[in-house]
Ligand binder design. Structure first.
Ligand code: SF4
Ligand code: SF4
Length: 145
């Protein structure tokens, strides 16, 4: 069955920061995300988890997410700078907007594009590249608290 992104999709982040700020949400972390971040910050794993992460009960199990500030900005968002761990940002941030729920249908892509000015402009991401993000998201092991 052919999908709506067969010919690729355009996306170039404008760095507007909308997806890192203002709204409550979760940035769930994989094992690789946690390792990459604490190494980038030169912190022991335990200290990174205590200082920047929170445990979220998602029903039958628990996941680890980044903390938010009281205004719902991501703990790593810095005004005038952007993401303080950009080079080591989690897969969830890195792979956006090529997430399973968004790539599920053209309707969900169009809906998401209403809040991301980077979608449908700039660089063309091939079907293969998009599927590679989807595969990585499926394969990476969530960090177990
Ligand atoms: S909302 Fe879109 S354009 Fe803005 S920072 Fe996030 S990914 Fe980039
Ligand atoms: S880790 Fe960085 S890219 Fe991800 S939500 Fe936080 S500030 Fe944004």
């Amino acid at each position: 069955m052919s999908n709506f992104y067969k010919k690729g999709l355009q996306f170039s982040c404008t760095q507007c920061g909308h997806c890192c700020r203002h709204d409550p949400g979760y940035v769930f972390l994989s094992e690789a995300d946690v390792r990459q971040a604490f190494e980038f910050l030169s912190l022991p794993e335990e200290e990174f988890l205590k200082k920047y992460c929170r445990i979220v009960d998602v029903g039958f199990f628990k996941k680890v997410s980044l903390q938010e500030k009281s205004n719902y900005d991501c703990i790593f968002w810095q005004d005038g700078v952007g993401c303080a761990i950009y080079e080591a940002r989690p897969l969830q941030c890195r792979s956006y907007p090529f997430w399973p729920a968004i790539m599920d249908s053209e309707e969900s892509w169009v809906e998401e594009a209403k809040q991301c000015p980077g979608m449908n402009r700039g660089e063309v991401h091939s079907e293969k590249a998009i599927e590679s993000w989807l595969g990585r998201m499926e394969r990476e092991k969530p960090y177990k608290p």
